[in-house]
Structures are given as structure tokens and as C-alpha cells.
Design a binder for this molecule. Sequence first.
Ligand code: CA
Length: 228
Amino acid sequence: MEKHKILVVEDERSLVEVLSYNLLREGYDVITATDGQDGLRKAQSALPDLIILDLMLPVMDGLQVCRELRADPRTSSIIVLMLTAKSEEVDEIVGFSMGADDYVAKPFKVKPLIHRIKALLRRPQQEQTSADVVSAQGITVDRIKHQVSLDGQELVLTPTEFKLLWTLTRHPGRPFRRSELMDICRGEDANALERTIDVHIRSLRQKLLAKADLVETVRGVGYRLKID
Ligand code: CA
């Protein structure tokens, strides 16, 4: 079996040492970086399976690194485990604006962290087998062919609707903020207002016909793909 590769981005050197030691002992390949920019560069060149990403980092903070990772198709599906100092930042980090897959608050014990890593790597990541096709709830989005189908019926979407549906379908059940969806759709319309997202979502729902309610409104947050 191929070894999983883990990138540790953390500026506290003693913590880097402890993590590296334990991860190596668990049989992982380990790469390390001590600032955000170096971490991002190493993520892009080494394409690890998982990144342990500290939130507070010199040069570029963890949120910015995460944002850059998610915006780049080569790195967008890498699992990100965020290390946070303050628990109140958690809502911001997980599920919301920056797209970390999980978080661990400092100070933490190494053993539970390793457990968490194992669970994350075991999780069926559709992206790991095929980064270009995702499906959930009867919706299939193929970003290479640029095709979307709903229960086998092809849908014709605008580029923005396509990006929205791709994003929601990749992470069923995860709420996305309007601001986050805007970031994802940028490039289509750099000056998009938050309400523009609502307009795109409304139009997307119309195209989903009887399944329009698969795109759920999360009050005070934004939208998500419904899960059963
Ligand atoms: Ca730090």
C-alpha cells in the first residue's frame, strides 16, 4: 500500500518535531513547513494527502493558505486539518468560509490527533479516486466534460451555476457562506454582490425542477446540498 503523505505546517518547532516523530512512527511520509507561504508551496509541489495546518502562521496565515489550496484544482481536494488556538474560531474554520475538513484545538494530545488523521484519511473521498467527477443525491457533476446530470438527465447550466453546483455537491451537507460561494464564482464576475449568489441559486434551483429543494438555504449562512 502506498504511504500517505502528510504535510505539517506549523511555526512552533517543538510541535513540528513531536508531530513528525509520531507521524513517521505511524508509517506516514512527512513533509514540514514553518510558515504559510512555504507550506502552500510545498503543498503545491508535493501534493500531500493531508495537511496539518496551523491557523496562526508567519508570512501567510492558515486561513489564507486554506483559501489558496481550495482555489487551485490541483490542491482543492487535499484534506486539511486545522490547528487552532481558540475554540471560538472553529465555526469560521470548519464547514464555513475556508473549507478546512476538521480542526483540533491547541493544546492537544497527540494520540487523539493521530486517530483523527486516520479517520480523515479513511473517509471515502470521492476526490481521491476521481477528482473530476462528484455525485450526491442523484446529481453528478463532471468538471472535465463540463456536464451535469440529475437522475441521469443532463442539465444545461451557466458557468456560475455549474461552479455552485460542483461546490455544493462535493461537500453534501456542508453549509457554504455566500461570501465563500462568491469567491468560488469569481472570475465569472469579479464584482459579484452577495445577492448575485441568491440569483444564481434561484436559477439553479429552477433547473433542478422537482429536486430544487436539494439546494437548501442555511439561515444566516448561505447554502448547502441537502443530505438525508
Ligand atoms: Ca502558530
